[in-house]
Design a protein around this ligand. Structure first.
Ligand code: NAD
Length: 436
C-alpha cells in the first residue's frame, strides 16, 4: 500500500532511501537544511555521486512521487512515516554526535499535526531511539501519537541504489507490533528478508555488523604484514582461506586499511558504548589501532627505501576512500597526503570523481587532475590508494613512459605480480614480495 513518507537528511543514506521508496510507489518528500542541496535536487541534479541515483531520482520527480523542501512543516504535512537519516559524526572522544538527530526529533515534535511513525535510519548508539522518543514527547505541540522504530541502514556507498533494492536484510526494531508491521509493509516491494526485533537489538545489529567487518579487514591486514616478513603471498593466502564457507571470501582483501564515513566512526562509537557500561572492548580497540598503522604503511615503507621524501614528486592515484564514490571522509589518501606534506614532497593527486571533495579537505597543498598520465608525469614515486577501475586497467608499460622513475607503492594490490614482472617497474604492494 502506498504511504506518505518524509525523509529528513538528503545525504548518501537519506537521498538514496527517499529515491528508492518513491520508486517502489510511495509518495516521498525529502527534507534538508542545506539550501544548496535542495536547490540542486529540485533541478533533478544529485549533490552526491552514486551510480544509478540521478536517473532514478529524475524518473520519480517526473512522475510526481518525489519532492524536496528545506521546510520541515511543509515536508511533514500529512506524512504517516518520517525517516531520520541525518549524520551522526564522531565527536572528539570517539562517541557519536547526536545533536543532528536530536534537532530532527525537536523539528518533528514542533511541526507534526497527525500521528506518525518515526523511523531512525541514522546509525545511533544503543538507547538513542528511547532518547528520540523522549525528546519528541517533551517538545510535542499537538496531541498526537508518535511511535519510534529503529531501521538501521546497511547500504554501501558506490552501490547504494543496488544495495537498497537487493540488500541482505532489513532490520526493524520496535516495541509496537503495529508500527513494525507498517514499516515491514512499506518495504515489502523490495522483497528483502526482514529481521524483526526489539529497538536496542536493532541498534546493536548495525554496530556489531560494522565492527565485525572492520575486524575482518584488520585481521587480513595483520596476516598480510606477517606474510611480507615470512615470504608468503597474501593473495593466495586469502583465496585459500576464503574458500572455507565459514570464513567466506568477502572483506578478505589486504590493503591500506578501511576508511569512509562509517567504519572508523562506528568502531570508535562501539568502543565508547562498551566503555560506558564498564566493558573494555579489547578486540575492537586493536582493530582500530591496526587500521591506523595500516593507513600509514605505504609512506612508512617508502621512507624506509628512500630515507627522506623531501623534494620528491609524488603521485597519489585515487583519492576517494573507495572506488565508485566521491566520498573523501577518512580516506587513506588523506593520511598519505598529510604524511607526504610533512615530508616536504610535491604531491599530485588523481581521482576520476572525488576531486571537488578532495579539494575541500586538502586545499592547495596538493595539485589535482582527473587524468592519470598528467599526475604521473615526471613523478619519482606513485602511491595507489584507491582501486578505481581506471587505475586497475591502466596499462603497466605507461608507468615507465610517464614517470621519472617508475616506482609504485600499491596499497590496494591492483596488479598481478606476473604482469608487473613483464614491465620496467619497481613495485611494492601489500603482503606480497616486491618486484624490482
Ligand atoms: P551525510 O552527511 O551525507 O548527510 C546528512 C544530511 O543531513 C546532510 O545533507 C545535512 O545537511 C542533513 N541534515 C542535518 N541536520 C538536518 C536537519 N535538522 N534537518 C534536515 N536535514 C538535516 O550523511 P550520510 O552519509 O547519509 O549518513 C547518515 C546516517 O546514516 C549516519 O548516521 C551514518 O552513520 C548512517 N549510514 C551511512 C552510510 C553511508 O554509507 N554513508 C551507510 C549506513 C549508515
Amino acid at each position: 500500500m502506498m504511504r506518505n513518507i518524509a525523509v529528513v537528511g538528503t545525504g548518501y543514506v537519506g537521498l538514496v532511501t527517499g529515491v528508492c521508496l518513491s520508486d517502489i510507489g510511495h509518495h516521498v518528500t525529502c527534507i534538508d537544511i542545506d539550501e544548496q542541496k535542495i536547490q540542486l535536487l529540485k533541478q533533478g541534479k544529485s549533490p552526491i555521486y552514486e551510480p544509478g541515483l540521478e536517473e532514478l531520482m529524475l524518473k520519480n520527480i517526473n512522475n510526481g512521487r518525489l519532492t524536496f523542501t528545506t521546510d520541515h512543516q511543509t515536508g511533514f504535512h500529512q506524512k504517516e512515516v518520517i525517516y531520520i537519516a541525518v549524520g551522526t559524526p564522531q565527536k572528539k572522544d570517539g562517541s557519536a554526535d547526536l545533536s543532528y538527530v536530536h534537532q530532527v526529533a525537536r523539528d518533528i515534535a514542533r511541526n507534526i499535526k497527525q500521528d506518525v511513525i518515526v523511523v531512525t535510519k541514522s546509525t545511533v548508539p544503543v538507547g538513542t531511539n528511547d532518547e528520540i522518543r523522549q525528546v519528541i514527547k517533551e517538545n510535542l505541540v499537538s496531541d498526537v501519537q508518535v511511535d519510534v522504530v529503529s531501521n538501521p541502514e546497511f547500504l554501501r556507498e558506490g552501490s547504494a541504489v543496488q544495495d537498497t533494492f537487493h540488500g541482505d536484510r532489513i532490520v526493524i526494531g520496535a516495541d509496537n507490533e503495529k508500527a513494525a508491521t507498517m514499516i515491514e509493509e512499506i518495504n515489502k516491494p523490495f522483497g528483502i528478508p526482514v529481521v524483526k526485533t526489539d529497538i536496542r537489538s536493532a541498534e546493536m545489529i548495525k554496530y556489531a555488523s560494522n565492527a565485525f567487518l572492520a575486524t575482518k579487514i584488520s585481521f587480513i591486514n595483520e596476516i598480510s604484514n606477517i606474510c611480507e616478513k615470512l615470504g608468503a603471498n597474501i593473495e593466495d593466502v586469502a583465496y585459500g582461506m576464503g574458500l572455507d564457507h565459514r570464513i567466506g571470501n568477502q572483506f578478505l582483501r589486504a590493503g591500506i586499511g578501511y576508511g569512509g564515513s562509517c567504519f572508523p566512526k562506528d568502531t570508535k562509537a562501539l568502543v565508547q558504548m562498551a566503555g560506558n557500561v564498564d566493558h573494555k572492548f579489547e578486540l575492537l580497540e586493536s582493530v582500530i589501532r591496526v587500521n591506523n598503522v595500516q593507513q600509514a604503511k605505504l609512506v612508512e615503507k617508502a621512507k624506509g627505501f628512500f630515507g627522506s621524501l623531501e623534494g620528491k614528486t609524488v603521485a597519489i592515484l585515487g583519492l576517494a576512500f573507495k572506488p565508485n564514490t566521491d566520498d573523501m571522509r577518512e580516506a587513506a589518501s588523506v593520511v598519505i597526503a598529510n604524511m607526504l606534506i610533512q615530508e616536504g614532497a610535491r604531491i599530485k593527486g588523481y581521482d576520476p570523481i572525488a576531486l571537488e571533495n578532495a579539494k575541500r579537505i586538502l586545499g592547495d597543498s596538493i595539485e589535482y587532475s582527473d587524468n592519470i598520465e598528467d599526475v604521473l608525469a615526471d613523478a619519482d614515486i606513485a602511491f595507489i590508494s584507491t582501486e578505481w577501475k581506471e587505475i586497475v586497467e591502466f596499462e603497466l608499460h605507461l608507468y615507465s613512459k610517464y614517470m621519472k622513475t617508475p616506482i609504485v607503492f600499491d596499497g590496494r594490490n591492483c596488479y598481478a605480480l606476473e604482469e608487473v614482472e613483464k614491465h620496467d617497474l619497481e613495485y611494492h604492494s601489500i603482503g606480497r614480495p616486491s618486484v624490482y
